[in-house]
Design a protein around this ligand. Structure first.
Ligand SMILES: Cc1cc2nc3c(=O)[nH]c(=O)nc-3n(C[C@H](O)[C@H](O)[C@H](O)COP(=O)(O)OP(=O)(O)OC[C@H]3O[C@@H](n4cnc5c(N)ncnc54)[C@H](O)[C@@H]3O)c2cc1C
Length: 302
């Protein structure tokens, strides 16, 4: 199977690119393993057209059926390696590996894997009352009693950022594996803090109402921000190629075209280096698709 473009990752950026490329009459495949941030986020509230919010799942499903309607093919699978043959075609290997997939161009839209802590109830609240990004959801905390759960340094930094929206901030520091010097830094911070693990978030339909510590203490509150280090940029598939990346593994792209420093490979959405937001992922997807189509037209005319 040879495609004009294989898009690795069917989140927001990937499906937007697939819609645009299919409407350029390109043969497109999207290979996705069903995870990522847009699967985790139960609500987005900062998007044009959705003043009451929309979930990541709804957006993904809408993107998928839209792209498939215009001819894109969807494979539920995980890409495990990407190489290039002597004839310049890219070879995409997947976990199930039933078919050899080849592509003239590649779009990496694999996003970021977040280190969500093991707290009962947390997954159900993500994006509704539990957040990770003040740029997206700082507004949700305005004048609300808000817990910041995380590692010492990151939690204090997050609280400092959220203080613009609310002064009702309480820190719950995860002490496991934490350096003493880091813990000491919390002692000077202006917020009340606890050094006990959080066991459960009590909630109704994702709206958190109470936080339970492992020692049995309880705190009534309505918002939670997570502040853990270790988010992994999913760019490892490009290791075989001399693609420029920053120190965190975000792929550096041409700002106009979204193409990486390696010809024929594009990178869009959270895996690329810039703000991590849905609207930006969509913009990336469209922009990359337009330039991929231009490149393929040039190749077709030779
Ligand atoms: C809790 C939470 C709340 C958020 N709230 C907001 C908000 O309010 N507003 C906002 O604008 N943004 C918000 N975001 C950020 C937003 O979700 C991301 O910016 C957006 O999902 C980025 O889209 P993407 O397509 O780049 O990546 P993703 O949506 O993460 O999609 C990447 C896809 O690639 C797949 N994938 C990865 N590796 C492979 C592989 N090897 N093979 C096959 N498939 C693979 C993943 O499984 C996933 O399906 C939030 C994120 C979280 C976690």
């Amino acid at each position: 199977m040879t495609f004009d473009t294989v898009i690795i990752g069917g989140g927001i950026a990937g499906w937007q690119a697939a819609i645009q490329l299919s409407r350029c009459l390109r043969k497109v495949a999207v290979i996705d393993d069903g995870g990522g941030r847009s699967s985790a986020a139960k609500m987005y509230r900062n998007l044009l057209g959705f003043p009451s919010g929309i979930s990541g799942d709804e957006l993904r499903q809408a993107g998928r059926s839209h792209a498939v309607r215009f001819g894109a093919e969807h494979f539920e699978d995980q890409v495990i390696s990407l190489t290039q043959d002597a004839d310049q075609l890219f070879r995409v290997e997947t976990k199930r590996g039933r078919n050899a997939i080849q592509a003239r161009t590649i779009v990496l839209a694999t996003g970021i894997a977040d280190p969500f802590p093991e707290i009962a109830g947390l997954q159900e609240c993500l994006g509704i009352s539990v957040f990770i990004c003040p740029d997206c959801d700082g507004f949700e905390t305005v004048r609300k009693k808000t817990a910041v759960i995380g590692k010492a340094k990151q939690a204090v930094r997050m609280a400092d950022e959220l203080f613009y929206y609310t002064d009702k901030l309480h820190l719950f520091i995860s002490v496991e594996g934490e350096e003493k010097s880091e813990l000491d830094s919390v002692k000077d911070c202006p917020y009340p803090f606890w050094l006990e693990p959080v066991a459960t978030l009590e909630h109704r339909d994702g709206e958190v109402s109470c936080l339970h510590l492992a020692n049995g203490e309880q705190f009534a509150l309505s918002r939670v921000f997570l502040a853990f280090p270790g988010a992994r940029v999913e760019s490892h598939l490009l290791r075989a190629f001399p693609v420029e990346m920053n120190e965190k593994g975000h792929v550096l792209v041409n700002p106009r075209t979204k193409e990486t420093s390696y010809p024929g490979i594009w990178a869009i959405g959270d895996v690329a280096a810039h703000s991590q937001q849905v609207a930006i992922a969509m913009g990336d997807g469209s922009q990359a698709a337009i330039w991929i189509h231009k490149r393929l037209l040039q190749q077709d005319s030779k």
